[in-house]
Design a protein around this ligand. Sequence first.
Ligand SMILES: NC(=O)c1ccc[n+]([C@@H]2O[C@H](COP(=O)([O-])OP(=O)(O)OC[C@H]3O[C@@H](n4cnc5c(N)ncnc54)[C@H](O)[C@@H]3O)[C@@H](O)[C@H]2O)c1
Length: 223
Amino acid sequence: MKVTVFGSGYVGLVTGACLAEVGNDVTCVDIDPKKIEMLNRGEIPIYEPGLEKLVHNNTSAGRLSFTTDIASGVAHGLFQFIAVGTPPDEDGSADLQHVRAVAKNIGEHMDDYRVIIDKSTVPVGTADKVRETVLKTLKERGENVDFDVVSNPEFLKEGAAIDDFMKPDRIVIGTDNPRTTELLRALYTPFNRSHDRLSSWISALLSSPSMLPTQCWQPKSAS
Ligand SMILES: NC(=O)c1ccc[n+]([C@@H]2O[C@H](COP(=O)([O-])OP(=O)(O)OC[C@H]3O[C@@H](n4cnc5c(N)ncnc54)[C@H](O)[C@@H]3O)[C@@H](O)[C@H]2O)c1
């Protein structure tokens, strides 16, 4: 499957490399040209055990690439992951400017159905803001293109991020559309593992009045 990941930081890089490792065709987009140049030279800007090998193997196999070209990133993936930073604002709340910027970028270039997946750590209600931003941008272009927004929070631990992604103990999907649940289920099938502590994340998502999860599922064990 074709996947685009916006943000090649800690979460974006691990997400992109792990999705490529199981056979997906992944493009990682970042606005930092120095970071992308480094990645294209085979240098990994962060240290995470196993990440360098994973990135090298998958770039060599042609399943993982890095670019600053936003338009080509939006054109590439059916799945558009948002994995940009959400640093605390002055009042301690998450600063969503980078998330909004990616939503705008997707709206500016999207010509076909896309599943927009928010992996950044964001407050309840952010999916609605992403949806509004994409719709507004499409409207400004005079375009009416179908898309869905999915909440898929990340629980990676630094130092064990590859293992956490490849063998997750929970996968949380918040969506109001069953078709996206099926698409995400297909994307995450290779990561089937048993998991714990699902209910607390279900209730966290249920506290959003407009973003009820239709599915928070325990993947079938790989056998
Ligand atoms: N680091 C962790 O252990 C961890 C774990 C779980 C969740 N998270 C969450 O995941 C999100 C990302 O965290 P991170 O540690 O990977 O952040 P990071 O700061 O390491 O990386 C963010 C990247 O996004 C890029 N970026 C910013 N705006 C962009 C845009 N408009 N288009 C494309 N790229 C853009 C930046 O250049 C940077 O490379 C945050 O919300 C964080 O809270 C982090």
